[in-house]
Design a protein around this ligand. Sequence first.
Ligand code: 5FU
Length: 264
Amino acid sequence: SSFASQTYTARAAGFANDLAVQLLKLMDRKKTNLSIAADVTSKAELLQLADLLGPYICVFKTHIDILDDYDSSVPEALTALAEKHDFLIFEDRKFADIGSTVKAQYQSGVYKIASWAHITNAHPIPGEGIVHGLKEVGLPLKRGLLLLAEMSSKGTLAQGKYSMDTLAMAARNRDFVFGFIGQRRLPLDEPEKEDFLYLTPGVSMAQSGDSLGQQYRSPEQVVLESGCDVIIVGRAIYGAADPVAEAKKYQEAGWNAYLQRTRR
Ligand code: 5FU
């Protein structure tokens, strides 16, 4: 598509959400379209990963509710590391309730996600109220939202018309929604009228899946063939003997695929 052949920086002008603009520019500045899925259960491990891998990533993705020893020092420390290494924090919360409930879940409770996560995401399943509820909390804080258009797992129900309706929902809320969790670029119109960012989990260069339905593709398949923008890599990096060496490999593979895609 026309947007996929442009540089991240060139695409920034087409986004209404400030955070998307920030992310696009940061990717070119740091030469990385790699996000680490830091699915570890202790705060020490989480912060160590953020500090070690920070130089190679654009987005640090968390599941904050899997920490056994969470306390409010965690988001504080993560925020400091995000500034030190120039990355954004994405809490992969996958909100899925009515607008009024998700608003409270985003703002309040133990984790107070809106107060520290630059990016979070939501399932479109409840209807557009979920976006409106999250927006009331997130927009004043200059946050951004991704909608789950597709999933990487085997047998996902998020496909076909559901995915296309998700795109339409995002297009009506471009001030807050700047992209998707998805497996391929899904243009609403041809030629595409509106640009969105696609962040893609299910990436590994070593495995094809796990025993619980996860399905993996390579950085080339994701970025070059499917037109996605950010590769999200979890176990393939933090589970390796040398996570830094592995992160460098994925950064390079993702970046080379992007360079090939944008070569004129
Ligand atoms: F929305 C999705 C999805 O469709 N697939 C995913 O795997 C999210 N994920 C997340 O990406 C999942 O919750 C993990 O945090 C991460 C993938 O981790 P892995 O270790 O690379 O399989």
